[in-house]
Design a protein around this ligand. Sequence first.
Ligand code: ACM
Ligand code: ZN
Length: 682
Amino acid sequence: MRRILLLPLLAAFACQQPAPLDKCITPRPQQVETLGGVLNLERPLHLATEVPEAEAAMLAGYLTATDLPLADPLSADDRARLPELRLAYSDDASLPVSEEGYRLTVSRRGVEILSRGDAGLFYGLQTLLQLHDHYGQALPCVRITDAPRFPYRGLHLDVSRHFFDKEFVKKQLRMMARLKLNRFHWHLTDGAGWRIEIDRYPLLTEVAAWRHGSTWQAWRDGGYRYARHDDPEATGGYYTKAEIREVVALADSLHITVIPEIEMPAHSEEVLAVYPALSCSGRPYTTGDFCIGNEATFEFLENVLTEVMELFPSKWIHIGGDEASKTGWTSCPKCRERMRHEGLTTVDQLQSYAIHRISDFLAQHGRRLIGWDEILDGGLAPDAVVMSWRGEEGGRKAAAAGHDVVMTPGSHCYFDGYQDNPTTEPQAFSGYLPLRKVYAYDPAPETMPGHERIQGVQANLWTEYIPTPQQAEYMLYPRLFALAEVAWSDPARMDYTDFHRRALDLTARARRAGYNAFDLTNEQGERLESLGEVDHLARGCRVDYATPWSDRYPAAGVATLTDGIRGSWSYNTRWQGFLESDVEVTIDLGQNRELHEVTADFIQWFSAWVWLPKQVEIALSDDGREFRTIATLRNDYPEHAERPEFRAFGWQGADRGRYVRYRAIHNGRPGGWLFTDEIIVR
Ligand code: ACM
Ligand code: ZN
């Protein structure tokens, strides 16, 4: 090990250093010691790597594409004159244990990055690049000792619902590397399109990769039809094997493992459209579930996985496993025979049988199965890794039972949700997930049994409502900055106000670098009504429900509609839900009052099947028995409108009464919801 001599004198200046240095680095590093003084980069750094040649070439190639000033190859004399950028392995006891950890020292004489492994050297460089972004030619002298909280720091991209080409994927990999993210989960197959060339099954890319209808709505409205690749109306695409190799090679150079996902036993409509013999019915367009009773299904899946494993060196192979309908299995003679033969009594067990078989197959090839948390249903395969998406429950259960888990709950990790006011943002899919909420996520609190089995966390980008690369970047950034810090940094050192400042800076930089990030400077934030409480005549008054609320969305129960607290942009926060039912409630104001206003808000949220009421009727009474209607309000917001809408239905005038009856009439859609938060009386 070499020098970086720190004169004792320098320490005296440490307390004079003005800016908290670590506050320009994202994800925030573990430990930062300010050393005082500045390294002047007006003279370029000369790169001195003490690592194997191939790795050295990779690092040099990487750095050449950055704007860090680096000297061209030099004579020994020149080298001696220039400050050095030294990258070297070290197993010094003071270094972080993780091979992804590093120590970066900037002194007046140069820069040194030490690590136990290549990834750590690379991450030390990322930190150096961020310092350079921030401080330009005058790098403050500093020692940063850093390591990740989690070994798995992931981004998922759904390329089935919409296809994104290899250049787009490579661009996102480069940003991932800047953020010290290290797993790219490539959702390559789903009902909306097969995206990977498989030599043995050409119909997957001649037909199943193409469809009629480029947007989700157009495809849905056209009846979810596939098309031949040479059909002039066809849209879609797939990656050739050469393209996949190119992406995997780039990822490897960025210390990112690419985990391919091949969906099974469900989400496979596109496969079964072209190879219908693998479904229970034997007919195309009948289901997305493979027939588990048919040996040909396993032959197909194993052949596909064999070609997949040739392309992807990743130890973990994702096999989906989510959302099987399982309905065809109960009546299919082959599936029933399989169940009888294997002594299985439920369709969950039948799915588990399939997952076990695939897990064994992967294990025979030195790989390990990872799947969505449904792989727990019916019994988890012994060495399988669980990716928890239906909340955290599945992940917690699996972790407590000793399984490795990646957390990616919809509540905090589904970046297809709105990041800002859903009534003005471009159409998105699920709920409201602002930057602040991503940042607040803790995947493995220490109080959680099995927390040490949580391998990490991942952001998921499902793309039903993301038809363009620009929109994909808009949904990813800046939220991916927050996820990266959740994945890397020590929660004790995380602070949203500080992060937000850095996120503004990173967002501006990303936009300058050509990423279409959401403009954080214009964030509107949470629904204003939900931020304070509202005082009104009915506040605290008793409410009688003629129609019950649903147990799934009780909000604060019987107090909800008169507690002064209003709902947020999330329909599952402080909104009371009524399933396939009107809302009919009567409020007792305690005494006869003079009244000027009665109003309540409702939501339309198409993708959650939440609707504005068809009509609202407001009535008053003096005795609670005889009511007279004072307002009948019809809804004029179109039922087919997919953009979320928050609307008040209210009466204003002059009248008197003690009892207020508020009746909101459901639009009659099967499975439809009404959501309301407060009935305001003035
Ligand atoms: C999923 O969102 N179906 C994993
Ligand atoms: Zn079957």
